[in-house]
Design a binder for this molecule. Structure first.
Ligand SMILES: [Fe+2]
Length: 198
């Protein structure tokens, strides 16, 4: 977890800018021309254990300039129609997680984005030009996607911020532990909030 390195001063910077949030996790991502474009998505997958996953914020920091087509820019859709759609997807994913912990919950058909919905998001997306080291902050009720990289490599450092008073679901934390997903964060949260469950 790079943000814990005191020399980088990242935690203090976030504390000064967003005093109601704390950094929960981080990751480093590289993208090359060989990587398939990752379609529109939200990051609920990594924070399905929150009572309100849509409250999570992502800080996306390109480590290489992303200014023109082919540089691997990030596109975000902020239209209300897309936000509502992302919440339907979230409800669907949370339901699946609950089912993992409790198989007596009946199955529900998986969430799928239709062609019309995809076109709607393509039309409404906002694609920012950023320099290396700039930061893009967005809420995770926004669908987003990484645009293509034509050559070389795009690198990005990403942080997940959660409200300091965020509540976490024991059922879903245990389900994620069962799936082996996000284990470092899941174990830490279980130890802090539900030590009896370990
Ligand atoms: Fe994402």
């Amino acid at each position: 977890m790079v943000f814990r390195d005191p020399d980088l001063n990242i935690a203090d910077t976030i504390e000064a800018l967003l005093p109601d949030y704390r950094i929960l996790a981080d990751l480093y991502l590289e993208k090359t021309p060989e990587d398939q474009g990752f379609p529109f998505h939200t990051d609920f997958d990594s924070i399905g254990f929150m009572e309100r996953p849509e409250d999570m914020l992502t800080v996306w920091i390109p480590l290489t300039p992303v200014k023109e087509a082919g540089s691997g820019r990030l596109s975000i859709v902020m239209e209300e129609g897309a936000v509502r759609l992302s919440l339907i997807r979230e409800a669907n994913q949370l339901h699946s997680l609950v089912r993992i912990a409790d198989p007596s919950v009946p199955e529900h058909p998986p969430f799928q984005i239709t062609h019309q919905e995809y076109d709607y998001m393509e039309k409404g997306k906002v694609t920012s030009a950023l320099d290396a080291g700039d930061a893009l902050l967005f809420c995770n009720a926004f669908f987003h996607k990484s645009e293509d990289v034509y050559q070389g490599k795009r690198a990005a450092y990403i942080m997940r911020l959660v409200p300091k008073d965020a509540k976490f679901s024991k059922t879903r934390l245990l389900a994620l532990r069962k799936l082996g997903q996000n284990l470092a964060v899941v174990e830490e949260l279980l130890k802090t909030h539900y030590p009896e469950a370990l």
